[in-house]
Design a protein around this ligand. Structure first.
Ligand code: MG
Length: 397
């Protein structure tokens, strides 16, 4: 479908950071896009107000306990209301949807993305955990579907833009930039005592809590390396991460003749959202142009795996394959949640992941059911470890 027709969008996770910015983009280009489906996990009030404004055909609340208030508010407007995880996944495959934006956080993005692929939808993928958890499976499904993924993650959008007009054989390596997060310059001792409030203060990007903590541990960059491996079908050795604290270069591609292409822009997710929604076409903007004369310095430094061990887990998972990235993701989700609640230290996050990798059985070629089981088992194991840690019986080392 071309962008001259109105494209019907399903936003899986419309109340989060990417979801709300997607709705703002739809507002900016009402002739091009229509919010056909919106879904939320628990933010019922925001979902209701979004539905009142955008009048989608369907609004889904994943938390079934919130079905009644949402239905009472929206049914009189003629908006269909559904509840539950299954309804959220099914929403991604509806006949009246052209493009699915997977803006939900964590493992929950997997099932709606799979449904969108089964139904041949265009996918604007903002949920990186989908490819982290089950990259091999998703890649295989894509080869059997007319569906295609355009990344919303700013680094992957940058690489996608650099690759336009290039052949796969001419790519030497992908260079993913990282801001380094709020603790870039902290030594190991100082990292032991940082608080959730410190970690939530990202220097460049305004994002949700989970991804902001992932940026502080550099797990976000580890996930992005895994995401790039599957998205661009490139060997892990040819993906490099480099710290670029200004977040102006969103990523680069080095070609076999020594040329390097980079995509630059202000750190604002609206650009990659618009690019993905417009199906790799450039939509005119009314804000956020980069002023080269204001850029006095662009700097680069090597990441330090010793201080940020999460970054190393990407290499481990890509080498080991199987369900190892699924284990890392599940342990990380539990660890980040516990850190945000003040139950574990910042430096316990990588420790908890390492322990989970050590203890959860490895499966070389997991089926979908085995990914689901690995996710559940790892979450249970990691949660138990936190309880034990808090009772100080088994301190994490
Ligand atoms: Mg990113």
């Amino acid at each position: 479908m071309t962008v001259t027709e109105q494209k019907r969008i399903a936003i899986i996770g419309s109340t989060g950071s990417i979801g709300t910015q997607t709705l703002e983009t739809i507002d900016t280009f009402p002739g091009l896009f229509k919010a056909q489906v919106i879904t939320a996990r628990r933010s019922a009030d925001l979902l209701i107000s979004q539905a009142r404004r955008h009048r989608p055909a369907l609004a889904v609340i994943a938390d079934e306990g919130l079905y009644n208030p949402v239905r009472e508010a929206l049914a009189p407007l003629g908006i269909e209301v559904a509840a539950g995880e299954k309804a959220m996944a099914e929403a991604a495959g509806r006949d009246d949807v052209d493009t699915v934006v997977t803006a939900t956080v964590g493992y929950s993005g997997l099932e709606p993305t799979m449904e969108a692929i089964r139904k041949g939808k265009e996918i604007a993928l903002a949920n990186k955990e989908t490819l982290v958890v089950a990259g091999e499976l998703i890649t295989k499904m894509l080869t059997e579907s007319k569906s295609r993924i355009i990344p919303v993650d700013s680094e992957h959008s940058a690489i996608y833009q650099c690759l336009v007009g290039e052949s796969t054989e001419s790519v030497n390596k992908l260079i993913i930039t990282a801001s380094g997060g709020p603790f870039r310059t902290f030594d190991k001792e100082r990292l032991e005592t940082v608080s959730p409030a410190d970690a939530l203060r990202h220097p460049n990007w305004q994002m949700g809590a989970k991804i902001t903590i992932d940026s502080a541990t550099m797990m976000n960059k580890a996930f992005e390396i895994i995401e790039a491996r599957w998205l661009f079908d490139i060997e892990p050795e040819r993906i490099e991460a480099i710290i670029h604290p200004q977040s102006i270069i969103h990523s680069m591609v080095e070609f076999t003749d020594g040329a390097v292409k980079a995509q630059l822009g202000v750190p604002d997710m609206k650009l990659p959202i618009r690019y993905a929604l417009g199906c790799a076409k450039r939509l005119p903007v009314d804000n956020g142009f980069l002023s080269m004369s204001d850029l006095s310095t662009l700097t680069f430094e090597q990441p330090d795996i010793n201080r940020f061990p999460c970054l190393g887990y990407a290499r481990y998972a890509l080498e080991k394959r199987g369900n190892s990235a699924c284990i890392i993701n599940a342990a990380n989700e539990i660890a980040v949640d516990a850190f945000l609640k003040g139950r574990i230290k910042f430096t316990d996050i990588p420790r908890l992941i390492a322990r989970s990798l050590d203890r959860i059985p490895f499966i070389e070629t997991p089926t979908y059911a085995e990914y689901v089981a690995t996710n559940a088992e790892t979450r249970r194991f990691a949660a138990e470890q936190i309880t034990d840690l808090n009772s100080q019986q088994y301190p994490l080392t």
